[in-house]
Design a binder for this molecule. Sequence first.
Ligand SMILES: *[C@@H]1O[C@H](CO)[C@@H](O)[C@H](O)[C@H]1NC(C)=O
Ligand SMILES: *[C@@H]1O[C@H](CO)[C@@H](O)[C@H](O)[C@H]1NC(C)=O
Ligand SMILES: *[C@@H]1O[C@H](CO)[C@@H](O)[C@H](O)[C@H]1NC(C)=O
Ligand SMILES: [Zn+2]
Length: 496
Amino acid sequence: MRLDRFLPLVLLIGITHCFFFEVVNPSPAGIALEQPEASTWPVQPESAPQGQSEAVSTIEESATAVLEAQIENIQARHDVTQNLDYKCGPKWGKCPMGTCCSSSGYCGTSKLHCRSPDCLIDFGTCDAHRVPKGPPTSEILRPHIGQVPYGPQEIRSCTVPGTVALTFDDGPTRYTGELLDLLDKYEAPATFFITGVNNGKGQIDDLSLPWAPLIERMLLSGHQIASHTWSHEDLSKISPTQRREQMEKNEGALRNIIGSFPTYMRPPYSSCLADSGCREAMGDMGYHIILYDIDTDDWKNDNPSLIQRSKDLFDHALSSGNPATKSWIVIGHDAHEQTVHNLTEHMLRTISRLGYRPVTIGDCLQDPRDNWYRIDNRWPGHKNKKNTPNKKGPKKVVPQQVSVDGTCGANYTCLGSRFGLCCSSVHLCGNSTLHCGVGCLRDSGYCTVEAPSNGDAWDPKSPGRSGKSEGESEFRTVGTAAATSLFLALVVAVWM
Ligand SMILES: *[C@@H]1O[C@H](CO)[C@@H](O)[C@H](O)[C@H]1NC(C)=O
Ligand SMILES: *[C@@H]1O[C@H](CO)[C@@H](O)[C@H](O)[C@H]1NC(C)=O
Ligand SMILES: *[C@@H]1O[C@H](CO)[C@@H](O)[C@H](O)[C@H]1NC(C)=O
Ligand SMILES: [Zn+2]
């Protein structure tokens, strides 16, 4: 029975394969895979000047990168029986259905072929084509709340004097847990620009992988989570539809983990060119576009004998200003060993030695926490699904009219009104933090996410977290458990 259903498909695939083999592949089967390009690992630089990322990435070739590439290459040769040696790319066309087109232009199904961002998304299947579970986020409203500019404007510097916003792109990776330990030790908030599925790490919301707990931990430790796209494509070089997918898929995956998704993003390779339409698109999707004003070049210096260069770059930049008037946004990558094991501690020490303090991007721009994320009320996140039976039953739906005089609540909603989208605690429509933040009436308009108020860990102005000196690990476990419960309780409350 089943066979009957699949027979046409099998035939179709067979025919496609024959076609490709004869027309597209002039070389004998079994040809060795090409050495992966140096850019496949470590991650390509954001900080490369716009339009030059490709040129720069070819010279990016640290010893570890070569070693990693060789290991992966051996792995790939093992897989060679599964690999179909079709050529693909702009000259050759697409790979057979379900197979990936590698950066060097071969079809196959190994990690090497399929991992983003190297895998060619227009010529086969890639990790990039995976879709996070759950409803798409495309219908969630994206009002521009707060004073911080949204796209098309790009933000390269902070506004609060004396602050340094350390930012880490491309994670989470195998090094991220250690980075979080270090930031905890220094009580230093940072910002993570997260990529959903890059370098063959799998999807961040795949619960069999270590990434989702790391992302939850970031939130609970007071760090800010921001988007670095789904699969690290160059947003200036892909179509408007692909660009939207790059943002929305990462939103869906982050929503699956923390129940909401960020309003802050950094374009991969820092590439979001105005004439590609990228900057406008980011604004339309409700994003702040964040660049930087200190480049550590850490991706070029990921070696004990080179990392001093990054330290010098950082120290030199930081000491060129006065903390009474100056602030900084620093770019680094938690994908690199030396960044996590060496550079970051040096940066944290320099920050306090020169009289600065480390903060998140949102705090260095004085943006209230409620504005950092958009909540998805339809989806509670994986943790809450089992223990939130809907006791109340379906909510009574009161048919609401759009507010005509700026008041809201009961029978009037701000959605669609000319006074702003949010209904404040005193029943007035507006777009400001006063309307959309704490006390906002969810039944009568849009509200920003309510950040859990679990004490000091969330408040940048409080003197610091207590109870860490003695019995540190026990305190931390209990504290984390309590914070987790509180956070989950709040998420559940907000969701219901
Ligand atoms: C409120 O924000 C929405 C969405 O960004 C916008 O369309 C509307 O014009 C804003 N209203 C006011 C009064 O600012
Ligand atoms: C850290 O960097 C310094 C140079 O700044 C280097 O001498 C040292 O070996 C590095 N440490 C580790 C653990 O890699
Ligand atoms: C809302 O409308 C219902 C019926 O349409 C009415 O009975 C009720 O008094 C209204 N509530 C308010 C606060 O205006
Ligand atoms: Zn990146």
